[in-house]
Design a protein around this ligand. Structure first.
Ligand code: PLP
Length: 323
């Protein structure tokens, strides 16, 4: 596997980057914006997704320190968990997924993919990640007793090392927009565990673009948490930043709850599919696009603005949640 050092930090190449940045003509016409989409769903691992950029740093760290088994956590249909498992396969690492027994637990969508990769999955009947991490600690202790060297990646990989991946993504967007000849005014992304949003805010500051994160799950003090993560990421990257709390713009479009499809999200998925033949998902990107459309209707974007919508993946949930 090819490795590079970026800002003094090791990174293993797992995805195909740069991912395309394309102008969507029909959505641009419908919205009176210049609407671009950053296709991180096309990064070439599983059915794509934002976690791969984070895993390039996280798994390089794990390999360099001799960890041999990766544990990670998420919801029952976690994209992050399955992408982690697939990247571990590539790197010859063992993986174990700790998933909350909530939502679609049948062998569909991401759980079908985990099964095909022969990845062990443990369901934990809880709503709290504190319980999941306590269970992870018990499992890791047992693994150490068997001579293994396990490492836990927290939910969503939203730690400074992971968020570096989206600092890179922002720089990639800036360079592609430069080649295409437009200044980025606004980036819209999904904000789940916050790492994508934090990395993009840091990178966007340099290109003077605003970033709006659409929250799809209820998190306490989420804005402050993302801000802290962005500051810690800047420190890790060794970059100066003058971001302030107000740079973390969050709009909530959770609907009936995390991982529970909303009517608006479904309409947004259909709109994107009908206009552009591009597929969003019911948990993250569909709600994010729905949030974008609602904000647009409220005048949040000025006509003619250059907006980049980050497609963060999530396709397998379509097959888990719709029949
Ligand atoms: C498809 C998809 N989009 C967006 C997100 C949210 O990204 P983050 O956790 O970095 O906020 C996730 C997280 O799991 C995801 O799977």
């Amino acid at each position: 596997m090819q490795k590079t050092i970026r800002r003094g930090i090791e990174k293993i190449h797992l995805g195909h980057y740069p991912t395309p940045l394309e102008r969507l003509e029909n959505i641009s016409r419908e919205t009176s914006l210049n609407f671009y989409i950053k296709r991180d769903d096309l990064c070439g691992v599983v059915f794509g997704g934002n976690k791969v950029r984070k895993l390039e740093y996280l798994l390089a760290h794990a390999k360099a320190r001799g960890f041999d088994t990766i544990l990670t956590a998420g919801g029952a249909q976690s994209n992050h968990a399955v992408l982690t498992a697939a990247c571990c396969k590539k790197l010859g690492l063992d993986a174990l997924l700790l998933l909350k027994k909530r939502g679609v637990t049948e062998t569909r969508g991401n759980l079908l993919l985990a099964g095909l990769m022969h990845i062990p999955v443990r369901f934990i009947d809880t709503d709290s990640y504190a319980d999941v991490y306590a269970e992870a600690e018990t499992i890791m202790e047992a693994m150490r007793g068997e001579g293994k060297n396990p490492w836990l990646i927290p939910v969503g990989g939203s730690v400074p090392l992971g968020a570096l991946g989206y600092l890179d993504a922002a720089e990639e967007i800036a360079s592609q927009a430069g080649e295409l000849g437009f200044p980025v005014d606004h980036i819209v992304c999904c904000s789940g565990s916050g790492g994508t949003h934090a990395g993009l805010i840091l990178g966007a500051k340099k290109m003077d673009a605003r970033v709006t994160g659409i929250a799809v799950s209820v998190e306490e003090d989420f804005q402050a948490e993302i801000y802290k993560l962005a500051l810690e990421t800047a420190k890790l990257a060794g970059i100066e930043t003058d971001i302030v709390l107000d740079d973390v713009v969050l709009k909530e479009y959770i609907g009936p709850g995390y991982a529970r499809p909303s009517e608006e999200g479904e309409a947004a998925i259909r709109f994107m599919a009908e206009k552009e033949g591009i597929f969003l998902d019911p948990v993250y990107t569909g709600k994010t696009f729905a949030g974008f459309l609602d904000l647009l209707s409220k005048g949040f974007f000025a006509p003619g603005e250059n907006v980049v919508f980050v497609h963060t993946g999530g396709g397998p949930a379509l097959f888990a949640m719709y029949q």
